[in-house]
Design a protein around this ligand. Structure first.
Ligand SMILES: Nc1ncnc2c1ncn2[C@@H]1O[C@H](COP(=O)(O)OP(=O)(O)OP(=O)(O)O)[C@@H](O)[C@H]1O
Length: 236
């Protein structure tokens, strides 16, 4: 199978120490795939490797059959991959709409940008209500919505989402996860990186567990969520 995202035996290091030590996994088109792991095991490093921000020293990353290992970030994005970074990271001094526009920086046509802004407003009516507000003055939950909206502005096939539950109240986590499901239902493939095992598996199709640089367990989300051994060993 060449469709979707494939990570094959990836080693990524900062300075000399390997953080990822031979990671392999697959993100199937149209599905929600999650990567679970506790603090510091290398989840963000894998996202950085996919985006070409930290180039793997060994291994291969392909997207729809094309080798994207080490491509520059803007080329990875031009291939249909987008990312919602950890901590949401909106531009606080820009308005909601200006933040959204930045997500479409590779799109030349203003009509297309307008259309995508309207789509984002359809998913997040709250952003429409607040389109002229400075992003930095919005609540954490609203900034999370904006960050997802901005990630959709490039009309990605595959959305990488780094710890969307981090620092959000349980209510917003629930809302955020149901938004992720809705985005997936609109045809966007999702790769969700999280520490929150139960809630993440509840919306995922397939999951991987990362520990100390390597994948230590994988399976259908339902089977993984019922696997007490995995839960105890890596999240207990
Ligand atoms: N830019 C960097 N330079 C050097 N070391 C880094 C860098 N980024 C991360 N690391 C180290 O790599 C290891 C893995 O970090 P990473 O952020 O990938 O983990 P994570 O699983 O995403 O953790 P968290 O849940 O805390 O975000 C950590 O030991 C971290 O200190």
């Amino acid at each position: 199978m060449t469709e979707g995202l494939k990570i094959e035996n990836v080693y990524t290091a900062y300075d000399k120490a390997d953080v990822l030590e031979g990671v392999s996994l697959a993100v199937r088109p149209g599905k929600i795939t999650c990567l679970l792991g506790s603090n510091g095991v290398g989840k963000t490093t894998l996202i950085r490797s996919i985006l070409g921000l930290t180039v793997p020293r060994e291994g291969r990353i392909t997207f729809n059959g094309q080798d994207i290992t080490g491509l520059s970030t803007h080329k990875v994005i031009a291939n249909g991959i987008s990312c919602i970074p950890e901590g949401r990271k909106v531009f606080p001094k820009l308005t909601v709409e200006e933040n959204l526009r930045l997500g479409a920086y590779q799109v030349k046509s203003d009509a297309v940008i307008r259309e995508r802004i309207e789509e984002a407003y359809e998913i997040f009516p709250r952003l429409k209500e607040r389109h002229v507000q400075l992003a930095g003055t919005m609540s954490g939950g609203e900034q999370a919505m904006l960050s997802i909206g901005r990630g959709l502005m490039s009309s990605p096939q595959l959305l990488l989402i780094d710890e969307p539950s981090l620092g959000l109240s349980p209510l917003f986590v629930k809302e955020n996860f149901s938004i992720i499901e809705r985005i997936n239902e609109r045809g966007v493939t999702i790769f969700l990186v999280e520490q929150n095992m139960r809630q993440t598996l509840a919306i995922s199709d397939y999951g991987y567990v990362l520990s100390k640089g390597g994948v230590v367990a994988e399976g259908d989300a339902k089977a993984l969520s019922e696997n007490d051994e995995v839960h105890q060993a890596y999240f207990g």
